[in-house]
Design a protein. Structure first.
Length: 120
């Protein structure tokens, strides 16, 4: 009986993430819509909060899809490490635009992070 309970528990643990992934995909889609709307209305703080909830591939795709000025403004308020990580994955022209628009101190920090990550 104990063996059956252990097997059942393991089976539930394995299948549980599959169910939650479909819900998280729906919420991720909703987060993308929310970020787009907030950027369009100039509500970048709200957009950043939802943006940070997205997985990295969704973040990159979103930055590539929205107008460049919105992407630059959105990225400018993100944590330096997040900006650096995303800059590694976006096209070179977008990366340049984002980094150049950062305040000098933050730009330096992002550059240091990128240089370090290239070396490892």
């Amino acid at each position: 009986m104990e063996l059956m309970n252990n097997t059942l528990n393991r089976l539930q643990q394995v299948t549980a993430p599959v169910r939650s992934e479909s819900r998280s995909d729906e919420s991720a889609d909703q987060d993308v819509v929310t970020v787009r709307r907030a950027c369009g209305r100039g509500e970048y703080d709200a957009a950043r909060l939802r943006f940070l909830r997205l997985r990295e591939p969704s973040q990159v795709r979103l930055l590539e899809d929205i107008p460049r000025s919105e992407a630059v403004r959105l990225a400018g308020g993100l944590p330096s490490y997040t900006v650096a990580r995303l800059c590694e994955r976006v096209p070179k022209t977008l990366r340049r635009a984002i980094v150049q628009a950062l305040p000098e101190g933050k730009r330096h920090g992002v550059s240091v992070i990128l240089d370090y990550r290239r070396r490892i």
